[in-house]
Design a protein around this ligand. Sequence first.
Ligand SMILES: Nc1ncnc2c1ncn2[C@@H]1O[C@H](COP(=O)(O)OP(=O)(O)O)[C@@H](O)[C@H]1O
Ligand SMILES: [Mg+2]
Length: 253
Amino acid sequence: MSTTTTTATRSAARVVDAVKVYGAGDTAVRALDGVSVTFPAGRFTAIMGPSGSGKSTLMHCAAGLDTLTSGAAWIGDTELGGLDDRRLTLLRRDRVGFVFQAFNLVPTLTVAENITLPLDLAGGGGGSDAEWIDALIDVVGLRDRLRHRPAELSGGQQQRVAVARAFAGRPDVVFADEPTGNLDSRSGEEVLGLLGRTVRQTGRTVVMVTHDPVAAAHADEVVFLADGRLVDRMEAPTADAVLDRMKAFEVPS
Ligand SMILES: Nc1ncnc2c1ncn2[C@@H]1O[C@H](COP(=O)(O)OP(=O)(O)O)[C@@H](O)[C@H]1O
Ligand SMILES: [Mg+2]
């Protein structure tokens, strides 16, 4: 273990009293209704909840992709509400990684080029970056695919490239929104295992949105959303325990 456990747990990202209202008047939707949650550094946290419970909204506001109606969001010690558009863009580029359901790779670039794209955009590429990328390539198991193009890879392999790309710039936190939504269960398991391994082997931080109890069970901790509110947290989740907890939130029909 390379990470220290002697200091108090740092927060990689957090929101306090987060409210997000879409629209106005009769059609207003309160997607987040006063959520306060901390995503600790060095951990894999899953945001779980039924469709429409506000998971993606919470992730987007925590990651600086969208702004809160009220309340506050931090990445590390940086409060996002205090940043102008340019600073917010730089923060997203340099300190946050993203994995989405659609892999979003650049089809004309090779695997190696896709992985290092964030660094190239940031004008980085020093010696320590090269070592980090080299280690990442082994973690994601793509050493023998580096010169392939995305179209020559399976969906699971493409998502592994996207995971490596998300970690390439050593971000404070990687946010993943339903990263296994487009994958068969076996490829999904591979990608989830990979996210967990990357956190445990490199001490980095992942926050993953999912509605799938099996996916959530890969995390160190699960936070549960229902109707835009944080309703529970669970350490060391199992798929069965997550499923049971979800059933408790379901409105009987
Ligand atoms: N851009 C938007 N405009 C209006 N309503 C939205 C928008 N995005 C999400 N919502 C609404 O906010 C609520 C939460 O959505 P979302 O965060 O996407 O939920 P989840 O990811 O848990 O499925 C839903 O009722 C959804 O319809
Ligand atoms: Mg969503």
